[in-house]
Design a protein around this ligand. Structure first.
Ligand code: BTN
Length: 235
């Protein structure tokens, strides 16, 4: 897979609101960002408009701008590939569609958004947030969140981990179809058996990821397939 640094520059910010917004703005200005990396982010957002909380020195926050994949037919596969690259870089697992987990707890997440590039084409911008060095989490998420330091017993430097992720991206097959990613994904997949809440309010138990990249699950014992684009909430 092509690195975001093949088509744009490494941009390092000390403090920002959201690297996703920075990437969108730079693209709109005709600047070619490859990676927008921030040491501190104050208004990070996650999937489904949820807040993404991070802290200086404890978190990795960056947005990868995939200009080589503008107008990709299945842009969510770019995000799923990045989730896989993150899992491989930090020795963790992926959970559909693109959470990065260690055991049952969330270590990081990936947010794929499309922003117009200079030509007006839609560029996939994949935000990556990883809990690196936290030693504890607020009560509300303590049972669901974990940091890399809690897993490995040592601190991690955000730029080093960012470069390891980019190296892993370069080693992945082109994410042009789910079939291209499936083998590697399966080797790192922690999805089967996990519980999801569907937008309908129903509880689902994951069986696995289908040939098209959607989630196969059981709802009240009945098989159902759920698209990545449909809102499905973890837990
Ligand atoms: C998730 O909901 O799991 C995805 C979280 C993605 C957070 C990252 S941090 C860097 C980038 N900038 C943002 O505002 N969000 C993403």
């Amino acid at each position: 897979m092509r690195s975001p640094l093949d088509s744009g520059a490494w941009i390092e910010l000390d403090d920002t609101r959201s690297t996703q917004d920075d990437a969108a703005q730079l693209l709109a200005q005709g600047v070619s960002p490859g990676v927008v990396f921030a040491h501190n982010q104050s208004q990070g957002r996650g999937r489904f408009g949820r807040e993404w909380v991070s802290a200086r020195g404890d978190s990795l926050t960056m947005s990868l701008v995939f200009q080589d994949y503008e107008d990709a037919k299945e842009p969510w596969l770019v995000g799923m590939a990045v989730g896989l690259a993150v899992a491989k870089a930090v020795g963790a697992s992926v959970q559909w569609p693109n959470d990065v987990v260690a055991g049952d707890k969330k270590l990081g997440g990936v947010l794929t958004e499309l922003f117009p590039g200079a030509s007006g084409r839609k560029v996939p911008v994949v935000g990556v947030g990883i809990n690196l060095n936290q030693t504890s989490f607020p009560d509300e998420i303590a049972d669901r969140a974990v940091s890399l330091a809690m897993v490995t017993g040592r601190r991690h430097e955000a730029t080093t981990v960012a470069l390891q992720i980019i190296k892993q991206i370069e080693g992945l097959p082109e994410p042009t179809s789910w079939g291209a990613l499936q083998n590697e994904w399966s080797a790192h997949d922690a999805t089967p058996g996990k519980r999801f809440r569907l937008v309908t309010g129903e509880q689902a138990v994951a069986v696995g990821v289908s040939d098209s990249g959607s989630l196969e699950c059981l709802v009240n014992g009945q098989p159902r397939t759920v698209m990545a684009a449909e809102a499905v909430f973890g837990q």
